[in-house]
Design a protein. Structure first.
Length: 346
């Protein structure tokens, strides 16, 4: 298949997080056929129950191209117009998978070996597949991670801090609100102050931002709410501890905070000839540090990922194929020049 056909085929396979097995089996079969004629090897790498990563290698993998198989809900199938492929995962990250596989086919046709492909589960939720892969590195010295960066090399990515705020009140009959203390009112007042909190900023990454994702609480409309909570996500430009200290001081005595998953910010290398950008989103890169020095690159825009209008242009996919080949070859050449190993041409 060409990159367009493969992207469409992948988008049409539902693979919402925790249900990646069907697309994993498809990729295992596709890559097994490719490996059969090119002296490669393909594996299902168990993660949990029926969830597995897919890893393919040709020779000793000096450089690995990697992205994720899972998508956010809801699933909707592919469609196309004159310029784009639309559908869940088209930008994040099935078009990227297709571009990486097409790049691998190009490298193999040119006689290049010593690279791998790693497709993981769970990136959209908790990076379960990346954490599993981190326990079983294959000697790769460079990692090319794929996320929608509009075909620019990311110079850095923001980190993530997930947390919950819980406010407590006093239950009472709503006809006599003076006998109670609404936790919902307490929480709403607290959250309304969020924009006044001074948070760190970085000259490259920009400001720390916080999103209020969900709010819940209370018992019924005729009961003064005894509890309320909100789930939030901060996009970090400094270590998580710095922001956490600020938030604890801000909420002290008014609500309790519980810290959730954190992902550190990452600063990334550049490569001559490639425009750069800064990614405000987090990736699997912090979980895959033992797979090599990371690059972050991919077709598509994060601004349409996770939306009903998710799409990627065919021209971007085609340019990404060439770019992935170029980045992989640059990594192989760099190691070859530095240590006498790397690119192997059959």
């Amino acid at each position: 298949m060409n990159v367009f056909e493969l992207t469409r085929a992948l988008v049409d396979i539902e693979s919402v997080t925790n249900h990646e097995a069907p697309v994993g089996e498809y990729l295992f079969g596709y890559l097994s056929r490719l490996a059969a004629g090119t002296a490669g090897r393909v594996e299902r790498c168990p993660v949990k129950a029926d969830r597995f990563n897919v890893f393919a290698q040709w020779g000793e993998p000096v450089v690995t191209l990697s992205t994720h198989m899972d998508t956010v809900p809801p699933f909707f199938p592919a469609r196309e117009d004159a310029e784009c492929i639309w559908g869940r995962g088209s930008a994040d990250a099935k078009g990227i998978i297709a571009s990486m596989i097409s790049a691998a086919e190009g490298l193999l046709a040119a006689g290049v070996r010593n690279f791998g492909l790693l497709f993981v589960v769970g990136e959209e939720r908790n990076s379960a597949g990346a954490y599993a892969a981190a326990k079983d590195p294959r000697g790769s010295r460079y990692l090319i991670n794929g996320e929608p960066t509009e075909n620019k090399l990311a110079a850095a990515t923001k980190g993530v801090l997930r947390y919950e705020i819980t406010a407590r009140g006093k239950l009472a009959h709503s006809a006599y609100p003076e006998l109670g203390d609404s936790a919902i009112v307490r929480l709403v007042r607290l959250l309304s102050e969020m924009e006044t909190v001074v948070l760190p900023s970085d000259p490259v990454l920009g400001p720390t931002t916080i999103n209020v994702g969900t709010i819940s609480g209370g018992v019924a409309d005729n009961v003064v709410a005894p509890w309320a909570e909100a789930r939030l996500m901060a996009r970090l430009v400094t270590p998580a501890g710095e922001v956490w200290e600020i938030l604890e001081r801000w909420a002290a005595g008014r609500a309790t905070l519980e810290q959730g998953v954190t992902v550190p910010l990452v600063r990334l290398p550049s490569l001559g000839g490639f425009p750069t950008s800064v990614a405000a989103f987090a990736t699997d890169i912090p979980s895959l540090t033992n797979w090599g020095m990371p690059y972050l690159f991919g077709p598509g825009s994060i601004h349409v990922a996770h939306t009903p209008n998710e799409r990627v242009s065919v021209s971007e996919l085609e340019r990404a194929v060439d770019a992935y080949e170029t980045i992989a070859l640059a990594a192989l050449e760099r190691l070859d020049q530095g240590s006498g190993m790397g690119k192997q041409v059959s």
